[in-house]
Design a protein around this ligand. Structure first.
Ligand SMILES: [Cu+2]
Length: 79
């Protein structure tokens, strides 16, 4: 579990990679579902539009955490 803190209205470039299979970084409330291909870096621009604490999970059927909202890939805090 990783925690990142972002600021509302600022644009961030997420630099994502996976070492096993295809995944995504999904936060439904913030309309984020960044696809992550294995073995390469995937840059996604992301501008959070609301504040709060959000849990991210995986949005593709990879056999990992995609169906378990309590075991997310990371926590995101937007200030
Ligand atoms: Cu996954």
């Amino acid at each position: 579990m990783t925690e990142i803190t972002l600021h509302k209205g600022e644009t961030y470039k997420l630099h994502l990679t996976s070492d096993d299979a295809r995944h995504s970084l999904r936060i439904n409330t913030l309309n984020l579902n960044a696809k992550i291909k294995a073995g390469e870096f995937n840059d996604v621009l992301f501008t959070p539009d609301q504040t709060g604490d959000f849990k991210a999970n995986c949005g593709v059927y990879c056999g990992g955490t995609q169906s378990d909202g309590d075991d997310g890939a990371c926590d995101s805090i937007v200030r």
